[in-house]
Ligand binder design. Structure first.
Ligand SMILES: Nc1ncnc2c1ncn2[C@@H]1O[C@H](COP(=O)(O)OP(=O)(O)O)[C@@H](O)[C@H]1O
Ligand SMILES: [Mg+2]
Length: 274
């Protein structure tokens, strides 16, 4: 069974990290494509205020962003970009600050608009940006599934720990998925994951950290970035592409055990009424 058959709700998955530059945006763009290939209708929400956003990575040039929705110039559906690879992008980065700082009537309007989107997509993937700013936290809080991306750099681990700590203590979130990016070998990736588990276990108590797998370090990734295309599209046989396909399969396999807390309306309500 596929998500979107009417049997299950829309999955809202945030992709986050403590430290920037660990490959979050690459993960979002390539998982979007891998999940599309598996028959899902995928929408990316670019909620990262930083540089190197999804649109840049994919060679897109959005004319409108969510700011035009706030100002009433555009409807939400009108700003969504059809990416040639088959998925969709909602450019939100430049309006993120406003998104968490809206009047009651703006909120109601947006909730209705977002609600109307629900029937068009199976998976909403959010590039949250890095760090522990309140915007990043809100998106992770609101998403039903959270993927924390880590690498072998010590700062990536300590910063991921800081994100998990705040989400668990302040926002009462107990379940996370962990994706190791740019590891040299499978056993190195396992080691990095275990290290994070150990630290979390020791200092934060019993949280659930599911291992979503790993993406190998692969020069094809920056090469594809320079050509502004997902590596899965450009170099489908590369190690990284195979990794992305496997991770997408693991994400889909998890779906059967999901306990849907609500639908996309729940997500936006949570986000907009923090
Ligand atoms: N698996 C990988 N192997 C090699 N380089 C990678 C890999 N993943 C990401 N990169 C490179 O790391 C840089 C940062 O990636 P990016 O996705 O922009 O990170 P973030 O969104 O976390 O800041 C990019 O130049 C990208 O090409
Ligand atoms: Mg990024």
């Amino acid at each position: 069974m596929r998500v979107g058959d009417g049997q299950a709700g829309l999955r809202v998955i945030s992709v986050t990290s403590g430290k920037g530059g660990v490959g979050k945006t690459s993960v979002v763009a390539n998982l979007a494509l891998a999940l599309t290939r598996m028959g899902n209708r995928v929408l990316i929400l670019d909620a990262d205020l930083g540089l190197g956003n999804v649109d840049v990575l994919l060679g897109l040039n959005p004319r409108y962003t969510i700011q035009h929705v706030f100002s009433g110039e555009k409807k939400l559906q009108e700003i969504i970009i059809n990416v040639p690879a088959g998925f969709h992008l909602l450019p939100a980065a430049s309006g993120i600050q406003e998104l968490t700082d809206l009047s009651q009537s703006q909120r109601m309007f947006l909730l209705d608009e977002f609600d109307a989107l629900q029937k068009f997509f199976d998976i909403l993937l959010i590039d949250t940006g890095a760090g522990i700013s309140s915007n990043v936290m809100y998106f992770n809080f609101a998403a039903m599934e959270k993927v924390v991306v880590i690498t072998n750099e010590p700062a990536s681990l300590t910063d991921a720990y800081a994100v998990i700590k705040i989400l668990s203590k302040k926002y009462k979130q107990k379940k996370f998925m962990v994706l190791v990016n740019a590891a040299k070998t499978k056993s190195e990736a396992n080691g990095i994951y275990k290290h994070l588990c150990l630290v979390v276990d020791r200092f934060l108590g019993s949280l659930s950290l599911d291992y979503l797998g790993w993406i190998p370090y692969d020069e094809h990734v920056p090469k594809a970035v320079r050509q502004q295309q997902p590596v899965v599209d450009l170099y489908p046989l590369s190690k990284a592409s195979k990794g992305f396909m496997e991770v997408a399969e693991r994400l889909m396999a998890r779906q059967e055990n999901l306990d849907f807390e609500g639908d996309i309306k729940f997500f936006w309500q949570r986000l907009l009424s923090h």
